[in-house]
Ligand binder design. Structure first.
Ligand SMILES: Nc1ncnc2c1ncn2[C@@H]1O[C@H](COP(=O)(O)OP(=O)(O)O)[C@@H](O)[C@H]1O
Ligand SMILES: [Mg+2]
Length: 213
């Protein structure tokens, strides 16, 4: 069974962005989407991740049409089964790093995973206030927080945009390892062609459609 399946997707704001888009992602698969700025990558990711209702088409997560689900069932999927990594992170600034992790793990019924902290090199920052961390540390903390929810699908929008090359490689290795180990899936929007090609399938969003790279 596909973890994610979408068909006939179409969306527009002032201008049409895409139409008749279809895609499917299964267990253990990683899929990347590249494209010029403004082509609609973030919009597509938001639609796939349940954050935006498409003007046309359907999104199925775990075999269910998300717009036929009750509000509670959709909330449970968001809380327990999908993880979303945004371009800019949304940490609770007045909270410590640990508290930021606990918000997510408690809601998802999980616990803090020390091995993720070590692989992200943030284990020594747990008691610092989120607002005192550097941009890169905040980004790693927010990505660690998503992995600790143990999501079955990760949606990531240019997740390593503000990390240096080495840190970015460590973080992406951790995400790819996670997907393989958990038989999860990754939908990744990126500008980095090297990263795009590490995925099992890579697409470009252009001319209102997805084309395989
Ligand atoms: N909420 C919104 N309201 C109006 N226009 C939007 C909104 N979100 C995105 N857009 C427009 O849609 C286009 C695609 O945006 P986006 O999906 O962010 O592209 P990308 O991520 O590929 O850079 C842009 O022209 C952007 O200005
Ligand atoms: Mg974008």
């Amino acid at each position: 069974m596909a973890l994610l399946q979408a068909g006939g997707l179409g969306h527009s704001f002032d201008c049409p962005l895409f139409s008749a888009l279809a895609l499917e992602v299964g267990e253990g698969e990683t899929l990347s989407i590249v494209g010029v700025s403004g082509s609609g990558k973030s919009t597509l990711l938001h639609i796939l991740a349940t954050l935006l209702r498409p003007k046309e088409g359907d999104v199925y997560l775990f075999g269910k049409n998300i717009y036929s689900l009750s509000g509670d069932s959709l909330l449970a999927i968001r809380r327990n089964k999908i993880g979303i990594i945004f371009q800019s992170h949304y940490l609770f600034r007045g909270f410590s790093a640990t508290e930021n992790l606990q918000v997510a793990t408690l809601l998802a019924g999980e616990t803090i995973d020390e091995s993720i902290l070590r692989s992200f090199k943030i284990e020594h920052l747990l008691h610092s206030s989120a607002s005192k961390l550097s941009g890169g540390e905040q980004q790693r903390l927010s990505i660690a927080r998503v992995l600790m929810k143990k999501p079955k699908i990760i949606f990531a929008d240019e997740p390593t945009g503000n990390l240096d090359q080495e840190t970015s490689a460590n973080v992406m290795n951790a995400i790819f390892d996670y997907v393989e180990r958990m038989r999860a899936a990754l939908v990744l929007v990126t500008h980095d062609m090297g990263l795009a090609h590490r995925c099992s399938r890579s697409f470009t969003l252009a001319n209102q459609t997805l084309t395989r790279n």
